[in-house]
Design a protein around this ligand. Structure first.
Ligand SMILES: [Zn+2]
Length: 754
């Protein structure tokens, strides 16, 4: 071994330093020479020693990347494969000189090596070019996962296979298959056929976003499931691509589809349908012995189908409402000396943990399984942030990090109005790229318990496979860097390689990836006379076309111009009345359009002082309230300022002392997210250094049917400064989500009109 590494060292000495590799995820070492191998079609290959599957996969890779074929008699460069013993697990190297040598430690590393080699080959007018180079590579984390929810929306076997194929090309090795939830049971269980006969189908599906009012439904039968034969087919397919499947059978919560089929395993026994609404539901599996045995019989069949080590049992979002009132559940608590329902959930998971452990498997669950005490062998998937993962790792449990902040691919990836509907949140490519599964607050000695990370793809708002691909790509490529690279290249270096090499490849593979990164970067800031926005072209020198219209006194004036690089457009605050502007920024490369409307009033861009500080999670700065733009619906975090206090004071400096006519404030209501309209609002104005009462309090009539409501308050006082006092409800009323808690108050805009 020493000899081999000594030789590698000599080779490196003669190479140029610090090149950016075209490989994603980027390898540990990449060194290239200024010489290339050129060839026009075939490669001379020696497959001796490779498994049949590897030979097939390698042949397939050569075909899909470049249409290259192998032959034993080619005049093209020779590729040989060398299996190494006693080297780092799953490591490989590629040495390109006058021939190509791939050295590998395992079948999977040979597969990965060949993918890297394919990414190194460039197409030229006369054939192919491969720079002479040396690559040495191995992964940072052992769990590199992508998840797919097939319950909220169902995806066919062929679509699931495409999902697995693509992920393996970016060196992901774990597919988390979310097979059951409230809205559909998707895996055939021979012992309990009603799970798919009844639980696999729902009568209706909600339209639009959860927060859209009024709520409407499409009343079509919707569903589907995978037979055990189909599951075996997918498992074998994944295995051939070196991907392990982690099946998820949700318990005790998210179980409405199972309970629609077998209501006897709920607390009430009441027959209810499969859910057509998204959310969290009170009816969950009862903790009685019969249910435990029912679920263990289901797990028996799941274990036979999935050979991987981990079985996911969910464990998240299980309200304890039914358990508190159920005599069976209370009996289980009493018999097992459990103090509360959290301990009962812990007991429930422990029973599954013990069962799976006896069968030689390992239980994994969402971080709620920490509540009430973590079961002895359980691994934890940390989704509500990094904290659950840190806690579990500190207790020496295995952890997979999937924090919503970086890893939820059901979140928006761009701010443009052309982004399709998503659940909420904002997780752009840069944010995913920043992800590090090992948080700073974790004690170094527990780092080995962090197995890696994973992106979750919940499909409430993803009804077809094209949109799955839109939400996952290219964000999965950023994640692959975060999970594979010992040291990530800069984000810009990544983005250049992505645009140059990988997006064209995804296009060739017919992947409907998001083109959000081509959208212009639009940055808002205050200006002397109001607000201004800067349109920055992306690094590829993209040209944008801007079309604008201005409506003033019912007169429309239009403009149209091109932005070649950077452009700053200023909008003045209005001296009188309100002026409405609409801007369309169109990318000339892919014709995606971003639109925004601005209402210019006297307060446009005025200094705002938060006397009551907004919540750090919903504070996108003081300009948000006076940028002339109303928050869109369904609401997005960055367009609203959120407060979690009962009293809110905001001061605005209008910069000019004069008489103002009216002040408008608009609020959001989304009871599911505990966001409510306030109770009343009052306005003060500053006179000789003292706040004088001006108007209000104006009572708010509580109307649940509205999503956004605007208060209009008369001013009619000469002043330069106004103080807006808002009083929220003291607590959320009974019968609503979050009852008894202080509600959130969300404001998108304050306008002062002269
Ligand atoms: Zn019960």
């Amino acid at each position: 071994m020493k000899c081999i590494f000594f030789l590698f060292f000599l080779v490196i000495m003669n190479l140029n330093i610090a090149q950016v590799s075209p490989i994603i995820p980027a390898p540990v070492v990449y060194q290239e020479l200024n010489e290339s191998l050129n060839f026009d079609g075939d490669l001379l290959v020696n497959f001796i020693g490779l498994s049949t599957n590897l030979q097939e996969q390698i042949t397939h890779l050569a075909a899909i990347y470049h249409g290259i074929q192998f032959s034993n008699f080619s005049s093209g460069p020779k590729i040989s494969f060398k299996k190494l013993e006693n080297v780092k697990q799953d490591s490989y190297s590629i040495n390109v000189s006058n021939e190509i040598v791939i050295s590998f430690s395992s079948d999977v590393s040979c597969y990965y090596a060949f993918i890297s080699l394919m990414q190194l080959i460039e197409t030229t007018s006369s054939g192919f070019k491969l720079k002479k180079c040396f690559v040495k590579d191995y992964p940072k984390f052992s769990w590199r996962g992508l998840h797919l929810d097939v319950s909220r929306h169902f995806f066919t076997v062929e679509e699931v296979k495409k999902y697995i194929d693509l992920m393996s090309l970016y060196k992901f090795n774990t597919f988390h298959w979310h097979l059951t939830d409230d809205q559909g049971w998707r895996i055939e269980i021979k012992n309990f056929p009603k799970l798919t006969e009844i639980g696999g189908w729902r009568d209706s599906t909600m339209n639009n976003h959860y927060s859209t009012k009024p709520r409407t439904y499409t009343r079509h039968k919707y569903g589907g499931y995978y037979t055990q034969e189909q599951i075996k087919e997918v498992v074998a397919y994944a295995n051939s691509k070196f991907v392990t499947i982690v099946p998820e059978i949700e318990m005790p919560g998210h179980s409405r589809a199972a309970l629609a089929a077998y209501p006897e395993y709920s607390c009430t026994g009441i027959q209810q349908g499969v859910e057509g609404l998204w959310g969290v539901f009170d009816d969950i599996f009862c903790s009685k012995e019969e249910t435990i045995l029912f679920l263990q019989k289901i797990l028996d069949e799941v274990i036979l189908l999935f050979p991987g080590k981990y079985i996911h049992v969910g464990g998240d979002e299980a309200p304890k409402t039914r358990w508190e009132k159920c005599t069976n559940c209370q009996k289980v608590m009493h018999e097992n000396n459990l103090k509360n329902e959290h301990q009962l959930q812990s007991y429930f998971i422990q029973r599954m943990d013990k069962y799976l452990t006896e069968k030689g498997r390992k239980l994994i669950g969402w971080d709620e399984i920490l509540e009430g005490g973590l079961s002895s062998n359980a691994a934890v998937m940390s989704w509500r942030g990094f904290e659950g993962g840190v806690e579990a790792a500190s207790q020496e449990h295995e952890v997979v990090m999937t924090p919503g902040s970086h890893c939820y691919f059901d979140h928006y990836q761009g701010k443009g109005s052309n982004e399709p509907i998503a659940i909420g949140g904002f997780t752009p490519l840069e944010k995913v790229y920043e992800f590090n599964p090992i948080p700073n607050q974790l004690n170094k000695k527990y780092e080995p318990y962090i197995l890696g990370g994973q992106a979750n793809v919940w499909t409430e708002y993803i009804s077809d496979f094209d949109k799955v691909e839109y939400m996952v790509y290219p964000r999965a490529l950023a994640l692959s860097q975060a999970l594979w690279c010992l040291e990530k290249p800069s984000f810009n270096a990544f983005k250049n390689v992505l645009m140059d090499k990988h997006l064209p490849f995804l296009k060739k593979m017919k992947v409907h990836y998001a083109k959000t990164i081509f959208s212009p970067k639009i940055e808002w800031e205050k200006s002397k006379k109001g607000v201004q926005f800067n349109i920055k072209s992306n690094d590829q020198g993209e040209i944008y076309e801007v079309e604008s219209s201005e409506i003033k006194n019912n007169k429309i004036s239009k403009m149209n111009f091109n932005v070649l690089q950077d452009e700053c457009i200023e909008i003045n605050r209005s001296e009188k009345d309100q002026i409405n502007y609409t801007y369309y920024v169109r990318s000339k490369n892919d014709s995606s359009t971003t639109q925004f409307n601005i209402q210019a009033t006297s307060s446009l861009g005025a200094p705002v002082k938060y006397i009551t500080q907004p919540s750090a999670s919903y504070n996108s700065g003081s300009l948000t309230l006076v940028d002339g733009q109303h928050g869109s619906l369904p609401w997005k975090r960055n367009e609203w300022i959120g407060f979690d206090t009962t009293e809110i004071d905001i001061e605005i400096d209008l910069l000019k002392r004069q008489k103002y006519k009216q002040l408008n404030v608009s609020f959001l209501s989304d009871e599911h997210s505990w966001i409510h309209f306030p109770e009343w609002i009052e306005v003060f104005y500053l006179r000789k250094g003292k706040w004088k009462h001006c108007s209000g309090p104006v009572q708010f009539s509580y109307l649940q049917s509205e999503q956004v409501r605007s208060f209009q308050i008369e001013l009619n006082k000469p002043t330069r400064n106004v103080l807006v006092k808002i009083k929220s409800l003291t607590v959320i009323p009974n019968g609503l989500p979050g009852a008894g808690h202080i509600p959130w108050t969300f404001i998108d805009e304050i306008e002062v009109v002269k």
